[in-house]
Structure formats: C-alpha cells, structure tokens
Design a protein around this ligand. Structure first.
Ligand code: T1G
Length: 697
C-alpha cells in the first residue's frame, strides 16, 4: 500500500488514513494512494469507506509546490469524481484545516463529519486561482449560491459550527477523527442512509451574476481570481449539467494557473513563510521574554506597548514626566478600545491589561527588570545616544536593548553602550499595533541570540519579521525614498501628482505616493529634505521645492486638512488641492522645463523600475539577505499589491534584461539617478532572475 495513504479494514468499513506531514497536502502520491484505496475497498467486500488525516489536519489542499510543473495522474478533479461515483458509501472525517482541494475531496464524499475546531474553506483565490476540483460546482449545490460565493471569493476559513449550519458538514463532534468518523459511518449504515453524491443534487438557484462579478472585481483592486470565481459559480447554475459546469471551471482554472497573478501570489505565500527562516539562526535559542520596556509614549511608543500588551506581555513605559506618562497610557487605552471594537479583545481583558499589565515610570530605574526595552523617542542621534547610555547603566545584564529608529546608524547607537552585542533595531510601522511588518535591524556586533530574540518577539506579536542590515532607511524606507524621488521627477517633467496616484492605484497599490505623504504628514518629508540639504546634496541630484511651500504655509496633509489633496472634516474622501498645480508649474518654469505628457503605463513602469533598481542595490549590498526579504517588506509595510508578489517578483515577471534596457535608456536623461544596480545587471547578463537567488539561499 501507499506510503502516505494507509488502508485498514474495520468490519464493514475500509479506512483510508492520510499521512503526509506537515499538512497532508494532496500531492501526486497522496492522490494515487486515495485512488488505490477506493479501488481496493470496492474489491474488498466492505460497505463504506472512511477517509481521514493523521497528524494535525485533514488535507489542507493541493500541493502548491506542484503548481507550474507537468501534471501527474490522477488529477484531483478526476479523483474527486471517482470518489463520488463509488458504489460504496464514502465519508470524510475532518479536523484541522480542510482547505482548497482538501474541502473538494470532502465535498466529493457522500457525508462529512468534523471536530469542533475544524476550519473549512476554499482559499484558492488567495493563490490567484479558483477551486479546480469541482469546488465551484459542488459548494453552491450544498450551501446555496450566495454562501458559496462569499466563501469562494473571499477564501475565508469557516468554523465547523458555521459550516454545519451551511450544510457543508453533516455533523460536528468532539473526539479523535478516526473514532468519530467510524462511529458516524456505522450510524449511517445502521440507519440505511443512502449514498448522496453532490453532483446528482439539483442545480442551485441563480442570482445576478453580472452585478456580483463587477462588485467583486472592484473590491479586488485589480485581482482577477475572485471575479473569475464568480463566473465559475455561475456555471453551476447555467451549464446544462454538472459535467459541463465542471468543464467551465477547469477552463477558467487553467487560464488563471498560467497567469502572472498566480505566480505572484504563490511567491508571496512561500516568501512569507521563508522570511523568518535564516540559516544564521539555526540552533540558536532566543532569550526569554516576559516584561518589555518602552521608552517614549508618543504614537509609536504607545502603539508598540499596545502590541506587546495584546500579545500577553507586561510593559513598563517610561516617559519624561507624570503628565506625559498619563497621556501615553491614554493613547494605549484608546488603542485597546479600538481592539475591543474590532473584536480582537474582550472588555474584560481590556480592563485586566489596563489595571495589571502596564507600569508607568518617569525614572530609568523602572526599567531595571525588563527583558527587552524598545526606545521610541525623537529621531535624533544625540538624544538616542543619551537614552542608550542610560539604558546601559540601568538595564539588567542580558536585557536586549532595541531602538525603533527608522533610519539612524544603529552601529553608532550600539557604540554608545558598553554592550553592543545586546543592541538591535526593531523598526515598527505606524500604527504599530496594527501594521504587520517588523524590520529587525542587525548591527555589526549584534549577537545571534539577540537576533533570534527579535524574531521570537516578532512572532509573539503576530508580526511578519524581516532581517535588515544597517543603512539609511534600512530596507523599506531606503527603497521608498528612491521611488518617491522618481515620482517627484515625473512631476517636474510633466505628470501631475494626481495622475501618478491614479495610475498607481490602478496598478494595485492601496494608495499612491502623494496620498501616502498626506497621510504620513508632509512635515516628515520636509524635515528629511532639510536634513539632507544640510549635509550637502550631490549637485547632480534633481530637487523639487514646491512641496516645501505647502509646508511653509502650514499644510501638512490630512492632519491639517490640506496637502496634495484637501480633506473635509469627518469625510474620508479627498479632492486634489487646486493650489498644487500652480506651485508645480511655477517651479517647472523657473527650472526651464517644458512639461511633457506621461501615459499611465510609463508612470507605472518608471516608478516600479526605480523601486526594483534600489531593491537590487539593497540585496546586492547585503542589507536584505534575499530578494524575498525585500518583497515581503514592500507587501507588508508599503501597500504593494500582493498579486504581483513584491517588486522583485514583478521584475522577474517583466524580464530583467528589459528592466536593465529601460534604465540604460533613461540614464541618458538623468545619468545620476538612473544607474543600473550591479546585481540587476549581473543577473540580466547571466539570464537569471531574482527568484534564483531565493532558491539558492
Ligand atoms: N502545499 C504545499 N505545502 C504547504 C501547503 C500546501 N497546500 N500548505 C502548507 N504548506 C507547507 C508550508 O509551506 C509550510 O512549510 C508547512 O506546510 C506548514 O504551513 C485543486 C488548486 C494549512 C492553514 O491554500 O493556509 O487546493 O515552511 O507554516 O500556520 O482547488 O499552511 O514548514 O516548509 O503555513 O499552521 C489550497 C494553504 C491549495 C492552504 C497551516 N490550500 N496553507 O498554517 O503552518 S490550492 C491552501 C495554509 C488547491 C484545488 C486547488 C496554511 C495552513 P514549511 P504553515 P500553519
């Protein structure tokens, strides 16, 4: 019998058990084993077949690693049809996560039982495809079109109790999957329950599919798979029989399987799992974390403290005065109230946190017992050094000393202590209790166990942690600075900020760069420009000054109601600020620039290639260990459309030689800005791509 599918005869029942850790993915061997098991059962004189999974879960889906490779028999759709057509009664017992092809196998069985903690779902759209083994045809027959559409277009994992109500499950019972499954099958046999193939059920009742398609397409911000899924479900109602509906599903599935969006989304799936796996951390144990210190209770410090509290940690918050400490606690309380509102925290837990798990302090001695402290004070090297000298003097031996700086030199900060090996950067993104990205910045002397502790903290806080090296802006803000500059250049040359924002939102970004600046506060960029000018800019760098004029007039974006856009109080929509274009036109005239037309396509390509080029430098210099670290940073911290997989996956999909050719062409107009990154040129010359580096790491 198969290595991965066990066969056992228990009285009148053949039991097929899957054993393909970690998630019982339905790879070729599992499919072959299931087919062989069904055939053997039919020849074995039993009355029924029970299918269940050993280990942590029933089948969590098709084996994603097989995507893009030549298919191997039996295909999952054919296997599902074969299971459903068996003259024996076939039953599945579910536990863990029955997802994608896993749920499709379950739906091809005649009955389904599950343990209470089971989750079921068809999350294929999140991988850029649709269910391809009958899910779009069987689920609407079982649960109705509306419920099926909601599940399939969102990919939501549905709890067993809800799945029972929907009719996806027939019974929910606590216990061992094999034992509850056997008892259920015996029950069905004793009561003379009939075989119940879903394909023989009546066609579901149709809805207005065109309107649903349009709504789903709009919601997906350019992602195609959820909208295409609507068309597949439509076929369950409109195709003349089950087989014709299935053929339509297969046709749409095959189209999506070949799409760039599928490649981008699968890349994102594996990259987010690989990002915290670093060879340098193999076998290194993190230090224990119970109590966290936070220095500074402004928006960032309060957000970090909230994040730690929500993860069950105890926090000591240090502020300069009693009033400032109270204000910080109010910010934390407001963050927690938001978490209660979003259903992430119970009111009881909120009270418990506020009463027992925050200590306010105005004295560094309050931090003497913490296991890790995160400094979140003003971005000024001298102030940070003073803070670290005090932390060095008060924190216990073995405490991790972390800074939340977003661009300052971590080595210089570490050198202001007598224990640089304990110093690390933990760069949170605002709001820190909501944003998933955490850059873990490693200085020259940071100890491996301190890095491991940073990753352990990130995991505990539910963050996606990316390792970064030291440079101005680390991975994310350094790349942001480069592509933001490209947007400024396009404005000088003839595009408007509004056209650029619109082109990039159509490309799939959550927001364009100018709307983002308004959200972050224009004073931040202004301060950065002043800082850079003070250090002496390279005379070849193109600068623009019109945004300074906005700031000088006190317009800092959303928080003042005016920036690139104008904002009405209490109204989240924005309108272009009519004062912007005259400022830009005046600057173009002063610089002697005759503005030219930009197509949206050119805007996107220049912006993206600016991002890719800087990202290639970041990887080439070792600031990011692998291309995938950059991709995850942009996906989780900068609103990059997930279905492109990240900027370096996007570059791979475009073809690196074309990307380099564009940079070389543009370097004719601005040789200082447009210089191909050495790594990009090297890969293009060798005919390789960024993903080759991911695979080799
Ligand atoms: N195929 C291959 N490997 C998989 C896998 C899969 N489907 N799911 C997980 N893994 C690996 C994962 O890479 C990791 O490996 C390890 O398992 C543990 O996962 C025809 C076409 C099941 C909820 O989309 O959502 O069916 O990093 O770290 O947090 O219609 O994994 O340890 O080497 O994520 O406990 C549909 C995807 C497929 C489910 C478990 N199914 N998986 O989460 O552990 S498409 C899915 C998940 C399909 C049919 C179509 C989660 C999980 P490594 P993990 P976890």
């Amino acid at each position: 019998m198969s290595q991965v599918i066990g066969y056992e005869k228990v009285g009148d029942i053949a039991v097929l058990s899957a054993n393909n850790p970690p998630v019982n993915a339905l790879g070729a061997e599992v499919r072959q084993g299931l087919l062989a098991g069904i055939e053997r059962a039919e020849a074995d004189g039993v009355q029924a077949v029970l299918i269940y999974g050993e280990g942590r879960t029933y089948f969590a889906g098709a084996d994603i690693r097989e995507f893009g490779k030549p298919p191997q028999d039996p295909w999952l759709p054919a296997l599902c049809d074969r299971i459903e057509a068996s003259p024996l009664m076939v039953v599945s017992s579910l536990h863990g996560t029955a997802l994608g092809g896993g749920l499709e196998v379950a739906l091809s069985c005649h009955y389904r039982i599950a343990t209470p903690l089971t989750k079921v779902g068809l999350p294929e759209v999140n991988l850029g495809i649709i269910p391809g083994a009958g899910g779009t045809q069987r689920l609407p027959r079982v649960a109705g079109v509306e419920a099926a559409l909601e599940m399939i277009t969102t990919g939501r994992h549905v709890q067993a109790s809800e799945a029972l109500q929907m009719g996806v499950l027939d019974k929910v019972q606590d216990g061992d999957p094999r034992e509850i499954g056997l008892a259920f099958v015996r029950d069905l046999l004793e009561t003379g329950a009939p075989r119940r193939p879903v394909c023989e059920m009546a066609k579901p009742t149709p809805i207005d599919f065109d309107a649903t398609y349009d709504a789903v397409l709009k919601k997906g911000r350019g992602q195609l798979s959820p909208a295409i899924a609507v068309r597949a479900v439509q076929a369950s109602c409109e195709a003349h029989d089950f087989a014709a509906g299935q053929a339509r599903e297969r046709e749409l599935f095959t189209e999506l399987m070949a799409s760039d969006q599928r490649k981008g989304l699968i890349h994102a799936f594996f990259a987010e799992r690989a990002v915290s796996k670093l060879p340098e951390l193999q076998g290194i144990n993190p230090r224990e974390l119970h109590q966290i210190g936070v220095v500074g209770g402004g928006t960032m410090g309060a957000g970090i403290a909230t994040s730690a509290l929500l993860a069950g940690l105890t926090v000591v918050l240090l502020e300069m005065s009693v009033d400032a400490a109270k204000a910080a606690k109010d910010r934390i309380a407001a963050n927690l109230a938001g978490a209660v509102k979003r259903g992430k925290l119970s009111p009881d837990a909120q009270e418990e946190i506020l009463e027992n798990r925050i200590t306010l302090s105005t004295d560094y001695d309050g931090l003497s017992g913490v296991d890790l402290v995160i400094e979140a004070v003003f971005e000024d090297m001298e102030i940070k050094k003073q803070v670290f000298a005090k932390l060095d003097a008060t924190c216990k031996s073995g405490a991790v000393l972390a800074t939340n700086t977003s661009y300052l030199d971590l080595n210089e900060i570490a050198a202001s202590t007598g224990r640089p090996s304990d110093v690390i950067g933990l760069h949170f993104f605002s709001p820190a209790h909501v944003m998933k990205l955490l850059e873990i910045v490693v200085a020259d002397h940071t100890a491996p166990e301190v890095i491991a502790t940073g990753f352990a903290l990130g995991k505990r806080l539910g963050k996606v942690s990316v390792r970064a090296g030291v440079c101005d802006g680390f991975i994310g803000n350094r790349i942001l600075n480069a592509y933001r500059t490209c947007a400024d250049h396009m404005v000088l040359d003839g595009a408007s900020p509004f056209q650029i924002d619109a082109a990039l939102t159509r490309f799939g970004f959550a927001m364009g760069p100018f709307a983002v600046s308004d959200l972050a506060g224009l004073d931040i960029g202004w301060a950065a420009r002043k800082r850079k000018r003070a250090t002496g800019l390279d005379p070849r760098a193109r600068e623009s000054f019109y945004a300074d004029k906005l700031c000088e007039a006190g317009h800092f974006g959303q928080k003042t109601g005016k920036g690139y856009y104008v904002y009405e109080p209490g109204n989240r929509s924005r309108k272009p600020n009519p004062e912007i274009m005259p400022l830009i036109e005046a600057e173009r005239a002063a610089k002697g620039i005759s503005p030219r037309e930009f197509t949206d396509e050119e805007i996107v390509r220049r912006y993206m290639i600016a991002m890719v080029n800087e990202a290639a430098k970041v990887v080439g210099e070792g600031i990011a260990r692998r291309p995938l670290d950059v991709d995850i940073t942009l996906l989780y911290g900068y609103g990059f459309p997930r279905y492109w997989g990240g900027p370096l996956k996007w570059a791979d999909l475009q073809g690196l030689s074309d990307v380099v050719d564009d940079i070389r062409r543009w370097s004719g107009e601005d040789p200082y800005y447009w210089q191909p990154a050495p790594l990009l040129e090297k890969l293009a010359t060798e005919g390789r791509c960024f993903d080759d580096l991911n695979k080799a790491s």
